[in-house]
Design a binder for this molecule. Structure first.
Ligand SMILES: Cc1cc2nc3c(=O)[nH]c(=O)nc-3n(C[C@H](O)[C@H](O)[C@H](O)COP(=O)(O)OP(=O)(O)OC[C@H]3O[C@@H](n4cnc5c(N)ncnc54)[C@H](O)[C@@H]3O)c2cc1C
Length: 403
């Protein structure tokens, strides 16, 4: 790896690190002649049970890590979509997923990395450490840098004890605002679900139909899907009881509780496949993020925009994180400018609500213009200086993030 980067740097050859190729911002895409650097054969994982830590090479997949942790009686709690993603790609994207509300995102689990810089030096940052306060945190800078600052070759990742009991609950509402305003109330009673997802019944019914399955909740137009995961059946029961009391107090429609593993897996499968159900007619998938309590305002604004532009903008999201996936769908007669105008209006509203244009997918190649338009000038200037300090000849993923 070091040799490749030394030679590439000497002869100014662009290098494009590639993980599982599952990213949603085209960040691994080679955009000019150069080297596509695949790490798929660097895929070893070992588990240190005493330190609750996995040592994983960058080409191991998310599926490999979940399996290795499980075989050791431990648990890797994140699940950002596609299990074919590589550890290196997950770190480079700072991936999150439906469970981020309770468990955090990659940067909360990665405790150390081995990284090869574009200039060929190898750095070990952190390690099997729970605390590390030595100077600037370069590791955190590399996490989420989308393959522009260094090539991650190995990582030390914190694991957790495996939850012993779980349940999936669907809470239906007739009113969207009431559904989203229910979310902070869940935390206020001291319940911390593994996931709180907002879905619209019409969309999950459509997805279930395509899959030949059935969404179990028939009432209400707006649903919250919660996954509770606890260390014992007793703890799970207690959380369910608190939640049902809250449902009664607030006056929601009839919740559905799934406890059997298969039932829970079916619900999660339908939720996870919404993207696949839309993708044939999909032009762009946005992952705008606002403070969680502003999510209803964002959806209402988006619905107004859908009316104004006479289009359909399917929405679902990680309600506990304020992270909303909005889908720009193909519309007869529309040009790129029409989609750009609609996207810009959504981003403007998101920023007005104190949000960001991307909570998960990153900037990559496809969001560069929007990033330039919506990011703070000084912050952009500093980021470009950081890129120069790591990669003076701009060889690593050279045209990603910045234009
Ligand atoms: C169906 C689906 C659902 C998803 N849901 C979520 C979700 O809920 N939450 C979420 O956060 N994300 C989600 N994602 C996005 C997910 O975070 C990314 O797909 C994943 O992190 C990319 O990993 P990858 O190995 O495929 O990387 P790639 O797509 O191959 O590359 C992504 C970036 O990482 C860089 N890179 C890859 N390997 C390295 C390395 N070793 N060193 C340095 N840079 C490297 C690449 O250069 C590129 O910039 C979803 C994706 C899909 C397809």
């Amino acid at each position: 790896m070091r040799q490749i980067l030394l030679v590439a740097n000497k002869y100014r050859v662009p290098v494009f690190p590639r993980g599982g190729g599952t990213g949603l911002a085209a960040a691994c895409m080679p955009t000019m002649s150069g080297i596509i650097l695949s790490l798929e054969r660097m895929n070893k994982i070992s588990i240190d049970k005493d330190n609750l830590m996995a040592e994983a090479e960058a080409g191991a997949t998310l599926g490999d890590l979940i399996k290795a942790a499980d075989e050791a009686g431990l648990f890797f709690p994140l699940h950002p979509g596609d299990e074919g993603a590589h550890i290196g790609g997950l770190i480079a994207c700072n991936a999150g997923g439906v469970r981020a509300i309770k468990t955090g995102v990659m940067r909360n689990y990665v405790k150390g990395i081995e990284v090869v810089l574009p200039t060929g030096e190898i750095l070990i940052l952190g390690g099997k450490l729970v605390k590390n306060n030595a100077g600037y945190d370069l590791m955190q800078l590399i996490i989420g840098s989308e393959g522009t600052l260094g090539v991650v070759t190995k990582a030390w990742i914190r694991l957790q004890p495996r939850p012993q009991a779980s349940a999936t609950i669907i809470i239906p509402f007739e009113d969207r605002r009431k559904a989203l305003e229910f979310v902070p109330k869940i935390f206020q009673i001291g319940v911390f679900p593994l996931a709180i997802e907002y879905v619209e019944k019409e969309l999950v019914d459509q997805t279930a139909k395509i899959l030949g399955m059935s969404w179990p909740c028939k009432e209400g137009k707006y649903h919250l899907m919660l996954i509770l995961a606890e260390s014992s059946e007793e703890a799970l029961l207690l959380e369910c009881e608190k939640l049902m009391d809250l449902c009664e107090k607030v006056g929601v429609l009839e919740p559905i509780i799934a406890e059997r593993r298969e039932e829970q897996a079916n619900i999660l499968k339908i939720r996870s496949e919404i993207y696949s159900a839309l993708k044939n007619e999909l032009i762009d998938i946005l992952d705008t993020t606002v403070p969680p309590a502003k999510m209803a305002d964002l959806i209402e604004s988006v619905n107004k925009l859908a009316k104004k532009y006479e289009t359909y903008i399917p929405a679902f999201g990680h309600a506990g994180d304020g992270n909303l996936h909005l889908h720009l769908m193909r519309k007869e007669g529309w040009s790129k400018d029409d989609y750009d105008r609609l996207r810009d209006e959504i981003y403007e509203k998101t920023i007005q609500l104190g949000g960001t244009i991307t909570g998960e997918h990153g900037i990559g190649y496809v969001r560069r213009e929007c990033f330039k338009k919506f990011v703070d000038r000084k912050a952009l200037e500093l980021m470009k200086e950081i890129k120069k300090a790591f990669d003076p000849n701009n060889i690593l993923n050279p045209d990603k993030i910045f234009i």
